[in-house]
Design a protein around this ligand. Structure first.
Ligand code: 5AD
Ligand code: SF4
Length: 452
């Protein structure tokens, strides 16, 4: 597949591609890139699965429930495939990587299985010029073999906020996590590629870029000046792009929160005051069993340094409850850490044993007990989220309009802190970045008015 995109077929003749994306934002980005690659093959995106010539399921393997969704969705596709045997069904993403042949064995209706590091092979697979299952980790950077983002076609819609993957894979090997196996070793994309892609996005009207990676703050690379750059330096270089108003990044590991990155939060106005920094547990015993390689106190010290650099920063995190060996005291330590940090929002999950991970065979915490702990933690996090949202009322914040709201004349966009904000703004356009006075906090959004 060359970098040169072929002209898509006329829309009447164009084949239709339906993509369902599960899981994390890296999958959202990958789905866009696959849509672009298939666009070069004459496919246009459809939101209606029933009219699709090809259905691509871009899957997530992080917890058992996520992986099982694939099989129930494939089951639901059986009648459609029976009606139209030429319908192509593809499975991409981390379940494809982890379960490969098992997918085609369990679900013979699947035509092709492509792992997350092999998306550049997808067009050849669809043409029948590559094997049915491709899950190897090639030497080359898959992104170099996908169409350049400037060769956009109808497969990709315009949006003022975009994702840009700068780093993939993970070398941390947390004892519960499949990512090092499904996404492979940590790889950083080169500076020049990232800057070129960011400039292309901005030239197309993008005003906010979220830099993505499983360990995005572990990104490093040879800079334009010949020196080794860390992630903070990369952010400073991206911030120099004219017309780019906002930069975000996700997701990060506490141990890669280098000084230059913390300083970027102090110095770079485009870097939004929002940081997702998973801690998983507040108990040192459990953190050790999880192979997190930091203590609760180290995490708290890090939070202090980040808040010193950017006092208004909103912090979010991920938690796992019911990890093997977790006692009541360990759980209490997690609640204590949450109380101490005061998060803007957070994701919490019940531990799900994943085949192939070090923790898989360890004796599990009783399921009902884990459920109760999850509820208790979520209740606390929900209280903090509500308080953080209510604290926005009366403040004036930047809001980037992303789409029309539910009511006529209304727009909805994201605040600096990533809250959805509904604003009456009949004259406004998608892509406008405006100042909004926050009037009201609803359960999952804010309402505001245009500031004078
Ligand atoms: N069980 C439950 N939660 C998990 N996560 C990762 N692996 C598991 C697992 N086996 C959670 C972690 C991670 C987030 C993306 O998903 O909290 O940060
Ligand atoms: Fe998984 Fe840990 Fe790597 Fe995050 S840092 S992707 S939780 S192994």
């Amino acid at each position: 597949m060359s970098d040169q995109a072929k002209t898509p077929a006329a829309s009447s003749a164009a084949k239709k591609l339906f993509i369902k994306t599960y899981g994390c934002q890296m999958n959202v980005y990958d789905s866009q890139r696959m849509a672009e690659a298939m666009g070069a093959e004459g496919y246009v995106l459809t939101e209606n699965q029933a009219e699709a010539d090809m259905v691509l399921l871009n899957t997530c393997h992080i917890r058992e429930k996520a992986a099982e969704k694939l099989y129930s969705d494939l089951g639901r596709l059986k009648p459609l495939k029976a009606e139209r045997p030429d319908l192509k069904i593809g499975v991409a993403g981390c379940v494809a990587q982890a379960e490969g042949e098992e997918i085609t064995r369990r679900m013979p209706l699947v035509d092709l299985v492509v792992g997350p590091q092999a998306y550049h092979r997808l067009p050849a697979m669809v043409r029948g010029e590559a094997p049915r299952i491709v899950t190897d980790f090639p030497e080359e950077d898959k992104f170099d073999h996908l169409p350049a983002r400037t060769s956009l076609n109808r497969a990709t819609r315009r949006a003022p906020a975009a994702f840009l993957t700068v780093q993939e894979g993970c070398d941390k090997f947390c004892a519960f996590c499949v990512v090092p196996y499904t996404r492979g070793a940590e790889v950083s994309r080169p500076v020049e590629r990232i800057l070129a892609e960011a400039r292309d996005l901005v030239a197309r009207g993008v005003r906010e870029i979220t830099l993505l990676g499983q360990n995005v703050n572990g990104w490093h690379g040879a800079g334009a000046d010949g020196r080794e750059w860390g992630f903070g330096r990369l952010i400073r270089a991206i911030a120099e792009i004219d017309g780019l108003d906002r930069i975000r990044y996700t997701t990060s590991h506490p141990n890669d929160m280098a000084g230059d990155l913390i300083e970027a939060h102090r110095d770079v106005p485009q870097l939004m005051p929002y940081l997702h920094l998973p801690v998983q547990s507040g108990s040192d015993r459990i953190l050790k069993a999880m192979n997190r390689k930091h203590t609760a106190a180290e995490y708290l010290r890090l939070i202090d340094r980040i808040r010193d650099a950017r006092p208004d920063i909103m912090l979010t995190s991920d938690f796992i409850v019911g990890f093997p060996g977790e006692s009541d005291a360990d759980h209490q330590a997690t609640l204590d850490l949450v109380a101490q940090v005061n998060f803007g929002t957070a994701f919490s999950f019940k531990y799900s044993p994943r085949p192939g991970t070090p923790a898989y065979d360890r004796p599990e915490v009783d399921g009902d007990l884990a459920d109760a702990r999850l509820q208790e933690l979520q209740a606390l996090l929900t209280r903090q989220q509500k308080a953080a949202q209510e604290a926005m009322v009366g403040r004036t914040l930047g809001v980037l309009f992303e789409k029309p709201g539910r009511e006529a004349g209304q727009m909805v966009g994201k605040s600096d802190y990533l809250h959805s904000v509904f604003v009456e703004a009949p004259q406004a356009q998608i892509g406008d970045l405006v100042q909004v006075r926050i009037l009201e906090s609803a359960p999952n959004s804010l309402r505001g008015e245009l500031a004078a």
